[in-house]
Design a protein around this ligand. Structure first.
Ligand code: ADP
Ligand code: MG
Length: 688
């Protein structure tokens, strides 16, 4: 149960004054649904203003407060031209206040001729004249009435304004209670951090490194603690001892010998499955490392021990691919494998459900559908989750914690997670690493080209398709926005252009398509009917089209290295030599260049991930949202890499040496788990 002290923070957002039904939608776009969400919607940056009396004292580019007297209004001759308000300061210097579009309406109301007004905005120069374009604030009285000297700038959505969010943040802060300290006193003293309440208030008020670090640390600490509690709890759970007989595995006729890494992973997994507490293990392996056979061996062990196994894939297409390849690989063993997706209805579905219940189906492959309440198993012993990063932690825990006896869980991921982050993302699991690729893989020829050679590149793609092979074209991300709509617009524009050249050979797939349409587009490409797959970054991980041997990635510098590596892994899956063209913009920083060079020189996902973290953690964030990918929304990547070891150690000490949540500090820590929505461990503690 959530500690009562947090109730005011978990109230609906419309319990704040001035927040009505009209605002709820734009707020939901920013995921602001409860009061606490506003607290943790921290400013992106701050504008610092200076009050000046005389324009001569101000610098061009500076943010100022100034009292100005309105001289006259000038509308433009052309309808789309700017609307200008000519003003003067006290000594008589002229400053133009400029508006574009509908904003002129506001200008007429706020700045009547002859009136004296306080204006806040950025001073610019245009045609030798001083001007302020779209002032941040205009007020009648004094500087104090308008904005602040240091004004937070929040991320907005349409229909919201800075003062609106700032007002909500102020109210939310008034409701923030004093909370007992959860950080280990030694750490707190050494870092000189403020209390949580002071920190959250300070983080909204101005640049404050200590406040920001403390809040980041809270997030890392809560995350580590939650995962450790899940792990501890799991050890106490009742599982099923699954001891394989070897009967089925002996019949398996693989077309290749297993790599050393595969053998080692299989040994680790089967040892876990033979223990009485449920396995929680992550199999990490680069694209193409051969995770599927490892999963198959584990599933066969379950079947040998008279249990069933389920393999969960994030999309229907991937489920189908797994089903096909498992049936082929396991044909000689005689095990019964079924496919179950959300699309199966009626008789077909009924008969699969029967088979799962009476145990005639040994292995089921599918999407979420395999865990619906209506699906009952005779004896589910092992759950394999493929591409597990597509499922959130809470989802992954929920899936496996149904039923009286917890099945063993094997999660698989191709995301090369840097060592420092494995604990943060998967701290509740043991890890097996496939750090060796099957022999004979060819390196992918990777080249970096400037974007302005687009015409040549399209022509090269044309020659490639003419030779009978297929290609991917990953569309640009839109610079300076974080809007999926803008990215989509860019993708559609590129697709339209490519379609002129390639006609129906080109197919477009993006994240906003309905899942059936997305699957249909992917399927057309997989079958070879479409030759060029134009896509936003949603190209499904794990999609396997060996005939696709060319990949073009636009604005490659906007991607994380790990992400580029994942994308590149879509090619190089057949026997033909593959190529990856990274198109970069002309203005590229030194770090940006270095990163793309790395892509040329390394094909090792783990190496790239470590480098990426180092380079990005060093301060430069290119095109990727903070550390959101790593599951953190408050801590920046730089803070993650700097603070994570301490936070992990702190959580560990609490759990292993101080008695966990029952201790005095544990009580306080329990609060932060709920506050930061990492209450998984507490939930399972209660349930189990
Ligand atoms: P991933 O780890 O990306 O899921 P897969 O399991 O799909 O990789 O394997 C990629 C390809 O490598 C498949 O075609 C698979 O049959 C093949 N493969 C797997 N293990 C080996 C091996 N030990 N030797 C040769 N080929 C292998
Ligand atoms: Mg795979």
């Amino acid at each position: 149960m959530r500690p009562e002290i947090l109730n005011p923070l978990f109230a609906e957002i419309d319990s704040l004054d001035g927040v009505g039904p009209k605002l709820k939608k734009p707020l939901a776009k920013l995921r602001l649904e409860r009061v606490r969400d506003v607290l943790f919607h921290l400013p992106d940056r701050f504008v610092i203003r200076r009050a000046v009396r005389d324009l001569d004292d101000a610098q061009v580019g500076e943010n100022v407060f100034i009292a100005l007297t309105v001289v006259e209004h000038r509308s433009s001759r052309s309808p789309r031209g700017p609307y200008r308000v000519i003003t003067r300061d006290e000594p008589g210097n002229i400053c133009t206040i400029t508006y574009f579009g509908k904003a002129s309406f506001t200008a007429k109301k706020q700045l009547p001729v002859g009136a004296r007004r306080w204006v806040a905005g950025r001073l610019d120069q245009y045609d030798q004249m001083l001007q302020i374009v779209h002032p941040d604030h205009v007020a009648e009285e004094s500087a104090e009435a308008m904005g602040k000297m240091v004004e937070p700038i929040y991320r907005l959505a349409e229909g919201l304004t800075q003062p609106r969010i700032a007002g909500m943040a102020t109210q939310a802060l008034e409701r923030a209670p004093d909370l007992a300290e959860w950080i280990e006193p030694g750490v707190l003293a050494r870092e000189g951090w403020p209390s949580w309440r002071e920190a959250i208030a300070a983080a909204h008020a101005g640049e404050n490194a200590k406040a920001s670090d403390r809040l980041a640390y809270d997030e890392l600490f809560a995350n580590a603690l939650a995962l450790m509690l899940v792990r501890q709890q799991n050890r106490a759970r009742k599982g099923q001892v699954l001891q394989g007989t070897g009967a089925l595995r002996d019949k398996l006729q693989l077309p290749f010998p297993l790599t050393g890494a595969q053998q080692r992973s299989i040994a680790e997994i089967t040892a876990d499955m033979a223990r009485p507490s449920p396995m929680l293990r992550l199999l990490q392996g680069d694209v193409g490392a051969g995770k599927t056979v490892v999963a198959l061996e584990a599933m066969l062990v379950a079947v040998e021990a008279s249990a069933q196994a389920a393999l969960l894939a994030p999309t229907e297409l991937l489920a189908r691919q797994h089903y096909d390849s498992l049936r082929k690989l396991a044909a000689s063993t005689g095990v019964e494998i079924a496919l179950l997706t959300g699309r199966d209805k009626g008789r077909a579905r009924e008969s699969i459900l029967m088979g799962l219940l009476d145990g005639s189906i040994d292995i089921v492959v599918g999407t979420h559908a395999i865990f619906q309440d209506t699906v009952a198993y005779k004896n589910l012993g092992l759950v394999v989750i493929d591409e597990q990063h597509r499922f959130g932690v809470s989802q992954r825990l929920m899936l496996t914690q149904k039923g009286r006896v917890t099945p063993h869980t094997l999660a698989m991921t191709a995301t090369p997670i840097p060592r420092t982050l494995v604990l943060a993302n998967h701290g509740e699991m043991e890890v097996s690493r496939l750090d060796e690729l099957p022999p004979g893989r060819q390196a992918i020829d990777t080249r970096v080209l400037p974007l302005d050679r687009l015409e040549d590149i399209a022509a090269a793609v044309g020659r490639h398709l003419a030779s009978g092979q297929q290609a991917y074209w990953v569309c640009p991300m839109v610079r300076g926005t974080e809007s999926e709509t803008d990215d989509l617009a860019a993708a559609e524009a590129r697709y339209a252009a490519l379609k002129v050249r390639f006609g129906d050979d080109a197919v477009l797939v993006h994240g906003q398509l309905a899942p059936e349409l997305k699957d249909a587009g992917m399927a057309r490409f997989a079958s070879g009917e479409a030759k060029l797959l134009v896509a936003t970054t949603v190209i499904e991980v794990g999609v396997d089209v060996p005939n696709a041997t060319l990949m073009v990635i636009e604005q490659a510098e906007r991607f994380g290295l790990a992400q580029l590596h994942q994308l590149r892994g879509r090619v190089g899956r057949g026997s033909e030599k593959s190529t990856c063209l990274l198109l970069r913009s002309s203005e590229l920083s030194e770090t940006g260049k270095k990163r793309l060079e790395l892509m040329k020189s390394s094909q090792d996902g783990f190496e790239l991930a470590e480098e990426d973290l180092r380079l990005r953690g060093g301060g430069e964030l290119l095109g990727t949202r903070q550390s959101g990918e790593e599951g953190f929304t408050i801590a920046s990547l730089e803070q993650v890499s700097r603070l994570i070891d301490t936070a992990n150690a702190d959580a560990k000490m609490l759990v292993e040496q101080e008695g966990g949540l029952d201790s005095a500090r544990g009580q306080a820590a329990r609060v932060v788990l709920y506050l930061l929505e990492r209450d998984w461990g507490v939930q399972t503690l209660r349930g189990g």
